[in-house]
Design a protein around this ligand. Structure first.
Ligand SMILES: *Cc1c(COP(=O)(O)O)cnc(C)c1O
Length: 370
């Protein structure tokens, strides 16, 4: 059996007639940048997400950068985030002119260790960026309390957590704004780069939109210098077709995670992902921890099963952050886990048979390697 890590083709084929005609419609109307479909997508996403404003942007990196820039975060400021994430999370802090301050991960849930945030706060700290990594919500009540005590902004990086919930509330609604990516492999994926900012603060939404449109909400009336960060019509058309399916696709991911939990539970060499209480994990990724990780990955590859690592080097250990002078020992949990984590194939279209095959192959590896 061949099981790719993600299968964007399977999802495309399941909605092909709708996608093809949506693309044709964009070609017929030549509405390539902005236009009705982009506005429609912003409105529909905001409605489904139960938020007042959605500002579409070019990708999920820009969305983080724009939020920070519009909050006035810049030179001399510090922003606290987590040691394990995609580099966009910390890169945009620097891009805004501020300094990224990393916190180790929680050993059970793999998100920011909220109990270690407070000791990283200084007079320069302006914001915390919790990342709901893999689809797992961070401990938001705790983070909100710290943010209130020190008067810090919360900017949620929701690139991997579309429709994850914490106490019944969607990811992205706990701070000033939530940042989303619609990169093709994300839970809601375009067919190119795309992203958005959500917020219940209408005037903040206006500011972000203006900045992302060259500083002008009305053509040629540039109130400030901004940037060019727009969603194009083709991506909006594709996202509009996919949006009505997202809740069903999320349920399927959760069902697949349940199946993995069931079939993997008898293998002592691996830890299956734990789910935080009173949350719904959207399972962008199903990440196990295991011994002999690299040999296991090679073995699975030989048996037709594709896996990846998120992420092989945690942010503070990357060459890009040498200038901060941090040591791997400063992040003991994340540093240890970077050698143990393995992301198994995860997408809504996986079947029980495929999941069973993955689990059996993992089990075979450990029986053979004794
Ligand atoms: C994908 C991702 C981003 C960036 O999104 P792009 O659309 O690729 O720019 C940011 N943060 C995290 C955690 C991500 O996984």
């Amino acid at each position: 059996m061949n099981i790719p890590f993600v299968d964007l083709k399977a999802q495309y084929l399941s909605i092909k007639p709708q996608i093809d005609s949506a693309i044709q419609q964009v070609l017929d109307n030549t509405a390539f940048i902005g236009g009705k479909l982009v506005n429609d997508f912003e409105n529909e996403f905001a409605k489904l997400y139960k938020v007042t404003k959605c500002v579409s942007v070019a990708n999920g990196t820009d969305s983080l950068y724009i939020i920070m820039k519009m909050l006035g975060i810049g030179a001399g400021d510090e922003v606290i985030t987590v040691a394990n994430s995609w580099i966009s999370t910390s890169e945009t802090i620097s891009q805004a002119g501020a300094k990224p301050i990393f916190v180790d991960i929680d050993p059970v849930f793999y998100t920011i260790d909220e109990t270690q945030i407070e000791k990283k706060i200084t007079a320069r700290t302006k914001a915390i960026i919790p990342v709901h990594l893999f689809g797992q919500m961070c401990e938001m009540n705790y983070i909100i309390q710290i943010a209130e005590r020190y008067n810090l902004f919360i900017i949620e990086d929701c690139a991997q957590s579309h429709f994850s919930t914490y106490n019944g509330k969607n990811a992205g609604l706990f701070g000033i704004a939530g940042s989303f990516s619609f990169y093709p492999g994300k839970n809601l994926g375009a067919y190119g780069d795309a992203g958005c900012i959500i917020t219940n603060d209408d005037s903040f939404a206006e500011k972000c939109k203006m900045y992302a449109r060259h500083g002008a909400l009305i053509k040629h009336q540039h109130k400030i210098e901004g940037i060019n960060s727009r969603l194009d019509g083709l991506q909006a058309a594709i996202l509009l077709v996919k949006l009505p399916y997202i809740l069903e696709w999320t349920s399927k991911r959760i069902r697949n995670a349940d199946l993995y939990d069931k079939y993997l539970s008898s293998i002592p060499e691996i830890h299956v992902p734990q789910r935080r209480m009173n949350t719904s994990h959207s399972f962008h990724l199903y990440v196990i921890r295991c011994i002999k990780r690299d040999s296991l990955a090679t073995y699975l590859k030989e048996k037709g099963i594709e896996t990846t690592i998120h992420y092989p080097t945690i942010l503070p250990n990357l060459e890009a952050y040498n200038y901060l002078g941090l040591l791997p020992e400063d992040f003991p949990v994340a540093t240890a886990y970077q050698e143990q984590i393995l992301s198994l194939p995860m997408y809504p279209e996986l079947t029980e048979e495929m999941i069973k095959y993955v689990a059996e192959t993992i089990s075979d590896f450990y029986s053979e390697s004794i």
